[in-house]
Design a protein around this ligand. Sequence first.
Ligand code: USQ
Length: 391
Amino acid sequence: MKVLILGGDGYLGWPTAMYLSWKGHEVAVVDNYFRRRACTELNCEPLLAVPSLHQRGELWQAVSGRKIQVFIGDLCDYQFLSHVFQEVDPEGVVHYAEQPSAPYSMMGREAAVFTLTNNLVSTCNVIHAVAEFNPDCHIVKLGTMGVYGTPNIDIEEGYLEVEHKGRKQKFLYPKAPGSLYHLTKAQDGDMLYFYCRMWDIRVTDLNQGPVYGVQTDESGQDDRLASIFNYDSIFGTVLNRFVVQAVVGHPLTVYGNGGQTRGYLNIADTMACVELSLLQPAGRGEYRVFNQFVETFSVNELAEKVRGAGRQSGFDVKINKVPNPRREAEEHYYNPVHTNLFELGLKPHYLNEAVLGDMLAFVKKHSANINLDLILPQVHWKTENRCNSIR
Ligand code: USQ
């Protein structure tokens, strides 16, 4: 299949490109280097420096014998996107090209406007490019479980059937996102659903939980192929951060009471879910939603798992509750349905001591690069608490 990966330089985009390329798909990647620029500007560089996207493509070709076509540019520029679309003529587009960090989106006005503009205009342009150049092309957009918030009822996969005054109707599941970033994912979902109804495009929205892990089968062949791995409080996801904190002997930063529960998945499962969705596409006019995670944990449970695995690997891991910089429920009901991807054939990886042991070993190998200043949270959701250095 000819696949265009938008955001192909990112934490998930690059491993997905290699995964699909290794599986025999014809892959092209696009990126505007937002993540690299933001890390440099905010001085929160990833654990290991990564070669440019062109260099990654060349390295991959040397290792695998397969070619990944590279385009550098901005999806908010429709002329650029049109050029890429015509050149690649994709059957499937994987849209990862959104500003992905909740704390970044809450840093201040400029970051908020950038997040809104980038995430919504890029999605709008992708929809228009599909409609203009190949209306049959399937859009697989990375969404987030965070669009649902933490309601006191079970979370269904995208839709909820409501009975009201004796009549029934299926609606998109109500959304209650907890950051501006998460809000843009609710808004882009609404936009895609709208164009499915108006123009009969095909869309799969993958409502993904926080991802953990760094190495995949493909990047394991050469560390220079590894994903961008952030452990700072802006771009790092919680389990990746805890593993780094364990290695440097910093107490694990549990925010608030630590009862916040989310659906987690291994980076390898993200790759598999994207391929399963591409190979079994949504129908014309269908807005299909999958809840993409494997198991749920509270932050406290994650911290205990890291402490246990850390002990096995010789690290003395301490846990410390820090005041929660976010506004989120710290104790809540959480029971999301997640059967669709399993029905499509997902063979999940579970979080266990071996997986954590591999992550600890990888981080230890690069531990000389860890900057302790990046561990504590810098961005506070309430404006009056916002940190001066970020404001
Ligand atoms: N947390 C801590 N300590 C930390 C970091 C985070 O207790 O040091 C807590 C947070 O308060 C939150 C939970 O861990 O309750 C998850 O935080 P996260 O930073 O791992 O995840 P989040 O900000 O929600 O965003 C990440 C990705 C985002 C994706 C989302 C899926 O950055 O792109 O959409 O996970 S979900 O969380 O399901 O919305």
